[in-house]
Structures are given as C-alpha cells and as structure tokens.
Ligand binder design. Sequence first.
Ligand SMILES: Nc1ncnc2c1ncn2[C@@H]1O[C@H](COP(=O)(O)OP(=O)(O)O)[C@@H](O)[C@H]1O
Ligand SMILES: [Mg+2]
Length: 256
Amino acid sequence: MAADTPHAARQDTAAPEAQVPAIELRGISKAFGPVQANKDISVRVMPGTIHGIIGENGAGKSTLMSILYGFYKADAGEILIAGRPTTIPDSQAAIAAGIGMVFQHFKLVENFTVLENIILGAEDGRLLRPSLAKARAALKALATEYELHVDPDAVIEEIGVGMQQRVEILKALYRQADILILDEPTGVLTPPEADHLFRILRNLRDEGKTIILITHKLREIMEITDTVSVMRRGEMTADGGAQGSAAGRKDPRHPR
Ligand SMILES: Nc1ncnc2c1ncn2[C@@H]1O[C@H](COP(=O)(O)OP(=O)(O)O)[C@@H](O)[C@H]1O
Ligand SMILES: [Mg+2]
C-alpha cells in the first residue's frame, strides 16, 4: 500500500491508543438458560483494521456478533460505536449504525437475482425500476473498487457459494456499512475462493472500512488480521486491542 494514502497517513499521525474505536464492547454478558455464552466480554475494534476473533466451536463468537447486530439482547454490558453509547435492538438499528453482517448461513432469496437481492429491503418497492437501475450502477462501481465481481442478473440458486458470499458483502456495502462482520466466512469456500475473499477484505480495509472476522482457523487469523482477540468458553482470554497480548497488534500496512 502506498504511504501517501489517507489510511497510511492516519496510521502514521495517530497512535492507536489515541484513536476512538470503531466498536467498543464493554462487559457484555449473555446466558441461554444454564449456558453462559458470553461472560463479561470487553473488546475494542479500531477503525480501518481487520480484527480477528478466534475461538473453538461453542466459545461464544456468534453470540457476541449477534448481540452487536441486534439479533440477541445482552443481559449486561454496553456497545459504543465510534465512541458513542448505542443501543442496537434489531438489525435495522445495526444497519443504521453502519454495521453489516455476513452470516455463516447466507440469507439470500434463492429464486431472486443478485440485483433483486441487493435492493430487497433497502429500496421502496414502488420505485422498483429506478431502484434496479441505481443498484446496477452502484454494483458496477463497487465491483471495480473492491474486486467484488458478480453477475447482477444471475439467479442466486444458480451461482456458487463464493459469489453468493460476495452478494452478501455487496448487500451490506449498498446499505452504507462502514463496519463489516463476517462469521466463519471461509467455511463454505474453496482455498482459491478464500484467497479471493481475503483480497476483497484487504481492499475494503485499505479504503478505511473496519472488518471483524470470526474464525476458528489459526492460519486465517495469522494471514489476514491486523489485531486478534481470543475467546474461550464464553470469555475473552486475550484481546489484541490491549498491547502485549498473545497475538497483539500487527501493522496494517504490512499484512502477511
Ligand atoms: N439460541 C441459543 N440457545 C441456546 N444456546 C445457545 C444459543 N446460541 C448459542 N448457544 C450456546 O452458547 C454457546 C456459544 O455458542 P456460539 O456463540 O454459537 O459459539 P461459537 O460461534 O463460538 O461457536 C454454545 O454453548 C451454544 O450451544
Ligand atoms: Mg459460530
């Protein structure tokens, strides 16, 4: 990445500690009956970084992200977006706060086209024709900017999972997401598709987006993240946002 881009300049002039986190979770707890899925979890995600959250199955990663996306209500704790305490009662509120989510299992309408899925819920149905034209143009621009190529007229059930995932990412970007959460995104991908996804995520990061990548694969965390948090049995055992942790903060200008 060139040293004169805004992203690099921001990294050079401000120490990470001096920046306001894009997302800060404070003391988040959530129980499902006897299962304490999240126990007093605090984490800070800095803007313009790829922040990994790693942990074995059942560690509580998806629960934590579902709270952030307004799917579950936390029993305790606070969410701050860009330093401001924010309540996220539902996914509409999450979208309004600039958060986009790519779920483990995609939520696309199988017999709709890519373009129809992108505008679904984001545009006024009565204005379908102008909306489709607008979305088509926006899609073209996003595709070029981030290597997010899709066929806008393809029907979802006829395209592969790699492209379906790109549609989910585009859907979030079309809704102006600044923060993108991906929950185990490579589970469904072939190794070349995963490499393509990582290129897209680096492009998004380099344009200033904040990415949260959930995974249980250590290799992915090492390959693509700038900062890492580790979850174990509902607890955050190491937060890369804090210096001197297990993984710590890596330099986002020199991703491996
Ligand atoms: N809706 C739910 N109802 C009951 N238990 C749940 C629910 N969602 C998650 N859990 C439990 O909470 C724990 C954390 O799950 P989860 O957040 O999905 O972990 P991860 O995403 O790290 O694999 C697990 O023990 C899981 O069984
Ligand atoms: Mg999960």
